[in-house]
Ligand binder design. Structure first.
Ligand SMILES: Nc1ncnc2c1ncn2[C@@H]1O[C@H](COP(=O)(O)OP(=O)(O)OP(=O)(O)O)[C@@H](O)[C@H]1O
Length: 458
């Protein structure tokens, strides 16, 4: 038990009395009478605190502290000493002991010190547990997918995670861009420092600057106190700028400078702040098209895209649909305590055939809903949303190898765009939504493919 205390004193009577007194205070404790037996005991059991006498024959309290610092760096050690060697005890606290107790002591003081030390152990353990959980959650193991398109993403994560290079993650909504960013952070040397995410499109323009860079007291109405921005909160770690394509033009130069020099001034302040932050940005927008339209600064784009990663849409990694669906099914079935063993073959066929314009997020929602409505021990097509089972697509078994891949791809793209426009009566915003792409990107494709839209249909 990590809340147990080990008392070490060469005077057996004193050691026993202290151990009993601690027990009397509601704490668990044991005692030993030498540093050697203490080390042996610690090897066998879990202790949350060691209280040791300083002067002992053989290895003394100082030796024990040093030994524990290398073997169990998180274990707090409290040293006890008679008044005459108080200076030594104070020196040991500077050296890393948690605290000291001078003999003779008041037992209540010892209990209070022990409680404080045990609380520290608890916090350290809790922190370690949470970190292990987070690392587990974002380790590569939880990024599901083995299709060639996704394997390339995993390879890129592994390649870039060790460096501090700025990464630009591009991909449609719901493809897992944030998960990729987290995987990079939690596999980087910065993993013990914060991962801070901010969505540039969710915060009004006038607040975004202070959100990112902080503000001085009185910088604007309502700024009653100075506040640190996300750049400072993320110091030493990673700042994830989601939807960077929506960063207002007015803030782009300031971000560029922060990226170049790791320096900026909080709003309303002329004092520069220097930070050490790794930037990972993501967008579902076509930034190159935005650059062409002068919506996004070219210099900022190149600063961000030092290492670009493109996360494929789910329809480009069709082989991953069923493994990801099964992952979500086990998750939701466990959460809802339902016994569902898998998918009926017809349900699998429907899931595989559907295009998933909303990508993994759409798949996740569909599986959550299916788990709720399922009445058998497998998911049947009736449990899936109607638009999934109704969607028709020719079976892609043994497709003929085209002699002109580019032409063929354009034909497929044109067919999908025309179908979406037809379904949405030519309303481009809706068609783009249906296809899971930005309206601007749809417009570019329409232009590129020379698709003619009837005048009435816009
Ligand atoms: N490879 C994967 N394996 C398992 N789950 C995934 C994977 N990729 C994404 N997910 C899950 O899909 C959901 C959407 O992922 P995420 O939020 O990272 O997407 P996004 O691209 O950042 O979306 P948006 O652009 O809308 O912000 C999340 O619940 C995430 O856990």
């Amino acid at each position: 038990m990590t809340s147990s205390i080990l008392v070490v004193d060469d005077e057996p009577r004193l050691a026993e009395t202290l151990a009993l007194a601690l027990e009397g205070g509601g704490l668990t404790s044991e005692f030993v009478t030498s540093a050697d037996s203490a080390l042996e005991r610690i090897e066998q059991g879990e202790f949350g605190l060691v209280i040791t006498d300083l002067r002992m024959p053989g290895r003394n309290g100082r030796d024990l502290l040093h030994e524990l610092q290398s073997k169990r760096p998180d274990m707090p050690v409290v040293v006890m000493t008679a008044y005459a060697s108080l200076r030594d005890a104070v020196a040991l606290v500077k050296d890393g002991a948690f605290d000291y107790i001078s003999k003779p002591f008041e037992i209540d003081d010892v209990i209070a010190t022990a409680r404080r030390a045990l609380r520290l152990t608890q916090v350290v353990n809790e922190n370690r547990r949470l970190r292990a959980e987070l690392e587990g959650r974002y380790s590569f193991g939880n990024l599901i997918g083995s299709s060639p398109a996704f394997a390339e993403v995993l390879r890129q994560i592994a390649e870039v995670c060790e460096s501090r290079a700025t990464v630009l993650i591009q991909g449609e909504s719901g493809t897992g861009k944030e998960l990729v960013a987290r995987a990079i952070h939690f596999n980087s040397p910065r993993r013990d420092n914060p991962f801070i995410a901010i969505n540039c499109s969710a915060i009004p323009e006038h607040l975004l600057e202070s959100e990112l860079f902080g503000h001085a007291k009185g910088a604007f109405t309502g700024a009653v106190a100075a506040r640190e921005g996300r750049f400072v909160t993320a110091n030493g770690g990673t700042l994830f700028l989601d939807e960077i394509g929506d960063l207002p033009a007015s803030l782009q130069p300031k971000l560029l400078r922060a990226l170049q020099d790791q320096t900026f001034e909080p709003v309303g302040s002329d004092r520069s702040v220097k930070v050490d932050v790794r930037i990972i940005a993501a967008t579902h927008r076509d930034l190159e098209a935005a650059m062409d339209d002068d919506d996004f600064r070219e210099d900022l784009y190149y600063r961000l895209a030092v290492y670009p990663i493109r996360v494929p849409a789910l329809r480009e990694r069709a082989g991953d649909v069923l493994p990801i669906a099964s992952h979500f099914l086990s998750h939701f079935a466990a959460e809802m305590t339902k016994k569902i063993s898998g998918f009926a073959p017809e349900a699998e066929a429907a899931l595989s055939a559907y295009q998933w314009p909303g990508n993994i997020r759409e798949l996740q929602n569909a599986i959550e809903r299916a788990t709720i409505v399922a009445s058998q021990n497998v998911i049947t097509p009736q449990d899936l949303p109607g638009y999934v089972t109704r969607a028709k697509r020719p079976a892609a078994t043994n497709p003929a190898v085209p002699s002109d891949l580019d032409g063929e791809m354009e034909r497929i793209e044109r067919d999908f765009i025309l179908a979406a426009l037809q379904e949405t009566d030519g309303v481009q915003v809706k068609a783009a939504e249906r296809l899971g792409i930005a309206e601007r990107s749809l417009w570019h494709r329409i232009k590129k493919l020379g698709i003619k839209i009837a005048k009435t249909a816009r």
